[in-house]
Each structure stands twice: as structure tokens, then as C-alpha cells.
Ligand binder design. Structure first.
Ligand code: CTP
Ligand code: CA
Length: 221
């Protein structure tokens, strides 16, 4: 991978990126979420836009983007799914950290703690797998890229996701360690693609990683 990435192939391409952790509401003032900051997705969107792509960023977080990035704000996994599946694209990058489960019901009013009960049980239901849906309904020539956040067995677990989700690339990301993954400016990833050996990238800032991801996906034709 060159330090000076060749992104000329992005000119005029429609690039659709998701970013941030989804928020799954319990009631009007409370939600379940995760540590994703939206920085990695924003980096991909900005790099693609700077290279001349037509970029849409579907995000749960307000992140700084170039003026030519079209931003769609969403909150929950269901809203994210709707936005991602409605938008035509040549390259789709699922950098959002989608909550795997959401509360079965969202209370209309603030949930009260009752005096007679010291426990509160929350029922959750699985969210749709957006990457898997995108990967299994790909048009010819379309590229679908996902991330895998793992604390253990990084390459094995990420390879399973590559195959099961029908993705063209999984960006495997060690989380739960300093200087990589959620809510930091640097990242250490390994790129996994079908029929190719894993490609570990040196630790770098998220903009550089974004360039490398896009350069590699453009090379795979
Ligand atoms: N993803 C998605 N929809 C979901 C869950 C995950 O689109 N409901 C996407 C993420 O955006 C990411 C990829 O799938 O690109 C992998 O997410 P990850 O959380 O690492 O994997 P999961 O398949 O959810 O499996 P697990 O959390 O159990 O490891
Ligand atoms: Ca998950």
C-alpha cells in the first residue's frame, strides 16, 4: 500500500457510508448505545469526497465533513437500515456500530422506578443485519465493505463475518485495547477479502486507514 494512495478511480463514483453507534430507545430520555464515535466512517466519507466521489454519510453522530458530503442523520438501527437500503451506491461502507439488539418496546413516557421493585428487566429483540442485507443484494460491480470489531480471535471471527455477510472486504479491528478501534484518532486494522491473504495495515490515523481501504477496494476488480 502506497503512502500516497491512488484514489482517481473514485471520481464520479457513488459512495455510501454509515458512521457512529446506533441509539436504541427505552423511553423519551433513555437509550442503549456503544462507544463508536463516528470518526472512522467520517474519515472514509471525507477521503472519498476529496477524491471526487458523490458521498452520502448516514450517521448517528454529528461529525465534521466536507461541504460536498450529503449527511443523513439517523438514530436507531432500524432508521439506519432504512436509509442504507434506500440509497443507490457503487461502494458501500458499513462503519457504523449497529446495536445488535433493541428494546422490544419503546415507552411513550419516561419509565418510572416503582417503590415495590428493586429489579428491572429489559426485553430485547435482534436488529436487522444491514451489512448482510447489503452484501446479499449486491448489484454486479457494487462493492460492500464492513468492519469487524473483535476483542478476541480477530482474524478468525472477522473471516467468518466476511463469508456470512457476503462482503467484498471486512476491515478487522481489535477493540478494547489502547490506540485502536472506538473513539480514538488512530486505528490498527487488517483487511480481509475473499480468496486473498489477510492484509495487515500499519497503525495509522483514521484518514490514512480510510485512504488505504478505498485504494485496495478500487484495485480489486
Ligand atoms: N452490522 C450491521 N447490522 C447489524 C450488526 C452489524 O450492518 N445489525 C455490521 C457492522 O456495521 C459491521 C459488521 O456488520 O460492518 C460487523 O459488525 P460486528 O458488530 O463486528 O459483528 P456482528 O455481526 O454484529 O457480530 P458480533 O457483534 O456478535 O461479533
Ligand atoms: Ca455486533
Amino acid at each position: 500500500v502506497n503512502a500516497q494512495a491512488d484514489l482517481t478511480g473514485l471520481t464520479g463514483k457513488r459512495v455510501l457510508v454509515s458512521a457512529g453507534g446506533t441509539r436504541e430507545r427505552l423511553d423519551p430520555v433513555r437509550y442503549l448505545t456503544n462507544d463508536s464515535s463516528g470518526k472512522m466512517g467520517a474519515a472514509v466519507a471525507n477521503v472519498a469526497a476529496a477524491a471526487g466521489a458523490e458521498v452520502t454519510l448516514v450517521t448517528t453522530k454529528a461529525v465534521p465533513v466536507l461541504p460536498n458530503v450529503q449527511v443523513v442523520s439517523v438514530e436507531s438501527a432500524q432508521e439506519l437500515a432504512q436509509a442504507m437500503l434506500a440509497q443507490p451506491a457503487d461502494i458501500v461502507v458499513m462503519a457504523a456500530a449497529v446495536a445488535d439488539f433493541r428494546p422490544v418496546t419503546t415507552a411513550t413516557n419516561k419509565i418510572k422506578k416503582t417503590a415495590d421493585n428493586d429489579e428491572f428487566h429489559l426485553d430485547l429483540v435482534k436488529n436487522p443485519d444491514i451489512l448482510s442485507a447489503l452484501g446479499h443484494q449486491k448489484r454486479p460491480g457494487q462493492k460492500v465493505i464492513g468492519f469487524a470489531a473483535e476483542t478476541t480471535d480477530l482474524i478468525h471471527n472477522a473471516s467468518v463475518k466476511l463469508a456470512e455477510k457476503g462482503a467484498d472486504m471486512i476491515v478487522a479491528n481489535q477493540v478494547g485495547v489502547p490506540d485502536s478501534g472506538f473513539n480514538v484518532d488512530v486505528n490498527q486494522v487488517t483487511l480481509l477479502r475473499p480468496e486473498q491473504p489477510p492484509l495487515p495495515l500499519p497503525k495509522n490515523d483514521k484518514l490514512t486507514i480510510a485512504k488505504q481501504i478505498l485504494e485496495i477496494i478500487l484495485q480489486d476488480n
